[in-house]
Design a binder for this molecule. Sequence first.
Ligand code: ATP
Ligand code: MG
Length: 697
Amino acid sequence: MPGMTEQPRLLEGLDPEQRQAVVAPRGPVCVLAGAGTGKTRTITHRIAYLVQRGLVAPQQVLAVTFTARAAGEMRTRLRALGGAGVQAQTFHAAAFRQLRYFWPRVHETQMWQLTDNKFRLVMQAANKLGLSTEREDVRDLAGEIEWAKSSLIGPEQYPAAAAAAGRETPVLPEQLSKAFAAYEQLKNRAQMLDFDDLLLHIAAILDDQPEIAEEFRGRYRSFVVDEYQDVNPLQQRVLDSWVGNRDDLTVVGDANQTIYSFAGASPKWLIGFPRKYPEATVVRLERDYRSTPQVVGLANQVIGAARERPAGTRLKLVGQRPHGPRPDFAEYDDETDEAEAIARKIAQLAKRGVALSEIAVLFRVNAQSEVYEKALSDAEIPYQVRGGERFFARAEVRQAMATLRTAIAHGADEEDLPATVRSVLREVGLTDEPPAGGAARERWESLIALVELAEELTAAEPDAGLARYVAELDARAESQHPPTVEGVTLASLHAAKGLEWDAVFLVGLVEGTLPIMHADTDAAVEEERRLLYVGVTRAREHLYLSWALARAGGRRYRRRSRFLYSLVPDEHPAALPNKVKQRELMSRPKAAKPHCRICNAALTGTMDIKLGRCADCPSDVDEDLLSQLKAWRSERARQLKVPAYVVFTDATLTALAEQRPLDASAMVGISGIGASKLQKFGSDVLALIQGDRRDTR
Ligand code: ATP
Ligand code: MG
């Protein structure tokens, strides 16, 4: 049997537990394990193994994951293992493909268009209801509608469901419910679908149309889900429809990496899997193959400090790689300093032989990217933003692809594919040596990445010609799977999930950014902590954590993230100055554990925490300011047609009148004030407080 001789290859390089999951018979399999333990490797090997043994046909397997890049990577890994033909896609891409196929059979029309401007529809809905159409407000509305749809909640159920889930609603729940209904109506009238509709429709078709369900289940027989901890109710519903009453389902995940619960995801399906399928093969992995013991140690510390963790997720990772450098912590005066210093460190790493494509700068919000783009450009270091999903949209790449197509039409020489590609791309400006830097360098890096892809393809398929190569490019463009471009990756922590680099810089680690300002519940803060854990565990060897005390050129009022307090070694220089600064900043408390501003006792009660002092400690409230704030609140509440407490609760107003924050950052230090409130009311409140100060001077 030809397969028999190759079989050991797939089991080599796996530890006994990984192997157990790989060779488990078709049926339910669950791998619960921490970052870097080889979950993704295990499932790709399992798929390839089942295919190789003839236990399933490649076309019968559907593997899903959460980002286009992760899906692309899985396809590449599968192809290398002999699993070409297996579908590895995101939930949305898989649903889109299925819906395109089945829709005409059910509705006897062409499938509705996927909306390219959901924002506009939400804005129209808001406008119709007389709600604010400011960009930020519309975005909040859209986010809330998305949460509802992914949680399988319709407009009518929204108010009750939002209350039950403790959502901080951007407008009154009843208003949101109406806006949601109006949005659906506008969208249906325009015969448009949004992303969530793809999933809703395919689930409905499979549930309501037995014939289609039968056809579907005849075609797909084996399902695999990576990063299962981040599945939301809607995706789970689709998965249930796919699987039907069968049980050929392999799931892998790490509850400690749940980072999408703000959008409705929950690890409960992952954790509950062994209970749902008592006969499942359940495997736990603890060896971390990705990172050095130094990085693993820090990861264990970060997640070990979590306030609460789902039962059965207390995994301790054990690093398998040789020792490496200790994680580096650094504090800077402002963001520009931070970015410039990091550009210098990157240049040093590169000098020591670390490839730029093996370096990532990860941040909490995309807005943080800009200062790094500038610093890297100035240092003439090529980079790509967010994993380069938009690679195929770049002008030089589009131009290159057009030129390659023309070359095929002219029957260009196909003796040696990489050489042919190289010579064709000379026409669009590819030179032998890279230009010094800037835009020209970035262009060059895109083109050379295309040449390298031709080399990769030739290695995998020695007979591949230009036409095959261009087909590969098309397939990659469609599934947003860019080739590796030599350059530093700039990405958000969310986008970095599942990926790894030799060197990782976690930047901008300050209060208000990580945890993010609007994380104002314990659960939200814990999700931010998991994001840091995801970030730390992306690094193979070099890990740098940094923060800056001021925005570019601003006042130094920022504080390093509370998650770092116990991580920065005490003897470390970065820990010392900051401690002193913290003491100076005692008048603006909001540390991990809140303390009374008057007597410094630890605070536990919600009201005490809100006030920032013990209820029985003397109040230093500015009564004048408090009454001004109250008057302002009634006025605003009247304008917005909401009850006063929706603007600010009494406790928050009292805290404002006591602490008299003088800038936005100090304001968000007050419990009950998150990003959206700051946005809406920040300037009003600051004006009142500043006015009050002038009066009393
Ligand atoms: P994450 O939770 O971050 O998605 P993961 O559990 O999916 O991590 P993988 O990406 O599959 O982890 O593996 C992490 C790294 O360890 C990869 O580089 C992989 O090739 C390597 N690896 C996994 N298992 C082994 C093994 N048994 N021997 C050597 N290397 C391994
Ligand atoms: Mg993985």
